[in-house]
Design a protein around this ligand. Structure first.
Ligand code: ADP
Length: 614
């Protein structure tokens, strides 16, 4: 059992006070007893002397041989006067007279030689003893004095005995009063010691509980004390310390929150490793990059967690050299390209930040770079082909073909065709760059898709008929209007139908459809969009080329496309116009044959007013 400081102080004080009181009480009782006994002894001594004096005449009168009865008489008289028991004892211990014994019984009284007070008197002239009397049975103080009745006679011993009943009673009453006083003093001391212990330990226990709350991280209120002593100093020091601690904790929490906000909002993945290469921290971007959670990553070796040789080599190299490293890695499963900047963080021990890795996802950048490179290569190629052709035919004409009317007409026709193609490419490029740079503004007015389809089909139908293609229209009659620019949407549909005609052999079927976009899952409210589709029964597009056909100059079959007069920019223009409308475009396989292009356009948010009758 552990005692609180309060009880230790109270109990300690109490024990000290109790011991003090007990010792003082015992000493007081002893000294009082001593004083009473001395007083009593002095009184008895005086009485003894008087009694001896009272016996003296008897021996002078009866010339040393007083009778037994006269001795008894005198002893009784003297005893009455002195209010004490008077005994006269001969030198051989025979009791000659005793005021407490009847005359008749005197001869039967025991010899007193062995009594200590008698022996003292016989040896030194006087004696004193306290004991219970054999004769009276009371505790008695005896005082003896040696009496020399005559010069040649034997000495006698005069003994005076005073019963100590009264003295004992007085002493016992005194002791009782004293112990009562001591008891009261003890109770006062008990109360005082408890109060003292409380007043001393209360601020201390306040400080202790405040310190406990502080250590458990709870918000503490200051310890209040009016004490000016060491306890007061301790309390104010603790308050000051708690204030400083809170300020520090607040500062650290703020810093931590800021750091966390930075780490969380970063697009780059961040990973912190200790000196052994164990993961201390990763941010949400890195969780997404690798598909791992922070909890499963923390405390595990980087090598075991990622199992990527290049990454491991990088970590090993930086842990060894403690210098900045950089590398680019490709994740095997997702194919994502990550650029890693690894910097030493200074920590040398376990669980101390030793290396910080920042991972930039370069996938999109690399893809765009590739598109850019492909575009430059493609555009130069696309421009060079007709130019080379024009140059070749012009040179041929100059070399003499101009003199051959048939050849010169044919060559000039080819030059014209190639010039038209060049013109077409440049027009499409200009158009695309205008759309990309936001140079053209798209109207977003409520538009019936039916009218867009009808307008486009009226211009496309002659070409389709020429190629013996069957044009089918499947349009939901109750379609709500979309928000769009009619001219641009006609351009989108024209490009798609143009491609469908180009890449579908004669006699094929081209279907133009429009219906409400299906909802994804149980989405509420249902998707507010319309799917406009162009499906053909043509050559189709291999699955791996489908996502790329919307890139500029990307062609599945370059030779065939060129031969068919395509610029390789048509679908790029379609994609930009559709995205400008807030929509999406994609291509899928058409079953059982061909391709199906789908343009998803958002519905108009404003209600379409009925057409005016004027
Ligand atoms: P192009 O002017 O060459 O047709 P596009 O940008 O319109 O350029 O189309 C890009 C490529 O997509 C075409 O070269 C062709 O390979 C493929 N393509 C487009 N539409 C179809 C289709 N309906 N059927 C098959 N292939 C198509």
């Amino acid at each position: 059992m552990t005692w609180s400081i309060r009880w230790k102080v109270a109990f300690g004080t109490l024990v000290a006070v109790a011991c003090g009181l007990l010792i003082a009480g015992v000493m007081t009782v002893q000294s009082l007893e001593q004083r009473y006994l001395t007083q009593f002894g002095d009184e008895l001594e005086a009485k003894t002397k008087l009694v001896e004096y009272g016996f003296q005449p008897l021996f002078h009168t009866f010339s040393l041989h007083p009778t037994s009865s006269s001795l008894q008489e005198t002893a009784r008289n003297l005893g009455n006067r002195a209010s004490a028991r008077v005994t006269l004892v001969a030198a051989d211990g025979t009791v000659l007279a005793d005021s407490a014994v009847r005359d008749a019984d005197l001869s039967a009284v025991e010899n007193h030689k062995s009594r200590p007070e008698i022996q003292q008197a016989l040896s030194i002239g006087h004696g004193q003893n306290i004991r219970t009397s054999h004769t009276t049975g009371e505790r008695t103080m005896y005082r003896t004095i040696l009496m020399q009745p005559s010069e040649d006679g034997l000495p006698l011993v005069v003994r005076v005995g005073l019963p100590m009943v009264v003295l004992d009673r007085e002493l016992s009453e005194l002791q009782q009063r004293l112990f009562l006083a001591l008891g009261v003093a003890f109770l006062v001391a008990l109360t005082l010691s408890v109060w003292l212990a409380h007043s001393i330990t209360k601020p201390l226990s306040d400080i202790a509980s405040a310190a406990l709350r502080l250590s458990s991280g709870n918000q503490t209120f200051p310890v209040r004390t009016t004490a000016q002593d060491e306890v007061g100093l301790l309390a104010s020091t603790l308050n000051h310390m708690a204030d400083q601690l809170h300020a520090k904790i607040d500062e650290l929490s703020e810093d931590r929150a800021q750091l966390l906000a930075v780490l969380t909002s970063m697009v780059e993945g961040v990973m912190v490793l200790d000196s052994r290469g164990y993961v201390l921290q990763i941010n949400p971007a890195l969780e997404r990059m690798f598909g791992i959670s922070r909890l499963e990553a923390r405390g595990r070796p980087c090598a075991e967690l990622f199992r990527h040789q290049q990454l491991n080599d990088l970590v090993t190299a930086i842990l060894r050299s403690r210098t900045h490293h950089q590398a680019e890695i490709v994740l095997p499963l997702s194919g994502r390209c990550l650029q890693i900047e690894a910097s030493p963080a200074g920590g040398e021990r376990e669980n101390e930040a030793s290396v910080v890795l920042v991972l930039h996802d370069m996938t999109e950048l690399r893809r765009l770079e590739k598109i850019r490179k492909d575009f430059v290569a493609n555009v130069s190629h696309e421009l060079r082909t007709p130019l080379t052709s024009i140059k070749g035919y012009v040179e041929a004409l100059l070399d003499g073909a101009k003199d051959d009317p048939t050849a010169s007409v044919k060559f000039l026709e080819i030059i014209l065709k190639q010039s038209d193609r060049l013109n077409l490419i440049l027009e499409d490029l200009l158009e695309l760059s205008k759309i990309e740079s936001g140079g053209i503004s798209l109207k977003k007015e409520p538009l019936e898709l039916r009218s867009v389809i009808d307008r486009t089909l009226s211009t496309i139908k002659p070409i389709a008929d020429k190629n013996r293609h069957r044009l089918v229209t499947v349009v939901d009659p109750a379609l709500p209007p979309v928000a769009g620019d009619e001219g641009r949407l006609v351009q989108v549909l024209t490009n798609l139908l143009d491609n469908a005609i180009k890449y579908t052999p004669a006699g094929g079927t081209i279907t133009v459809g429009a219906k409400l976009a299906p909802s994804v899952g149980n989405a509420e409210p249902p998707a507010r969009a319309i799917d406009l589709s162009v499906a053909d029964t043509g050559i189709g597009i291999p699955e791996e080329d489908r996502p790329r056909v919307f890139e500029r100059f990307y062609r599945v079959d370059k030779a065939r496309s060129r031969e068919l007069g395509g610029t390789g920019l048509g679908l790029g223009i379609v994609k930009h116009i559709v995205e400008g409308h807030g929509g999406q475009v994609w291509v899928e396989a058409n079953h059982p044959q061909g391709s199906r292009f789908v343009v998803r356009l958002p519905l108009s948010t404003t209600v379409c007013s009925p057409p005016s009758r004027e």
